[in-house]
Design a protein around this ligand. Structure first.
Ligand code: ZN
Length: 134
């Protein structure tokens, strides 16, 4: 069996992490698949997805601080839209994650959550979810 679905997220500021664990879990439950794989894919070039701590909001703040150190805005950038720092962070974090589905649920560690990462908001963004298995 396989199921493809999507949902939207509305990001706040220029840099914003949104916990989408519950949204993805709902798509897994709706698929009826008990054992398999779930792929989460972000179809954007200045937004990404990652798995990280779901408890302390300082973690996302600190990761964004580190990403801003790695990819600050630079006047040497040529891209006319002026958001090359956001494009760079998106490539560093990545457009997709693969998760294990077992017992009809996502297999995540106690402290893990799925985070939509906005680097060029505020915007309305799309998240695709493919669940495959039995
Ligand atoms: Zn751009």
């Amino acid at each position: 069996m396989t199921a493809l679905s999507e949902f939207n997220v509305r990001s706040g500021g220029e840099t914003d992490w949104i916990n989408i664990t519950g949204d993805v879990q709902k798509k897994v439950a709706a698929s009826g698949i008990r054992e398999g794989i779930c792929v989460v894919f972000i179809p954007h070039t200045t937004a990404a997805v990652t798995i990280n701590e779901n408890a302390d909001p300082d973690v996302s703040r600190d990761v964004n601080f580190a990403l801003n150190m790695i990819s600050p805005d630079r006047r040497e950038f040529r891209h006319g839209e002026g958001n090359s720092a956001a494009h760079t962070k998106t490539s560093l974090v990545g457009p997709s994650i693969t998760l294990i589905v077992t017992g009809g649920r996502l297999l995540l560690g106690t402290w893990q959550g799925i985070w939509f990462n906005e680097y060029d908001g505020p915007r309305t963004r799309k998240v695709h979810v493919r669940v495959s298995g039995d």
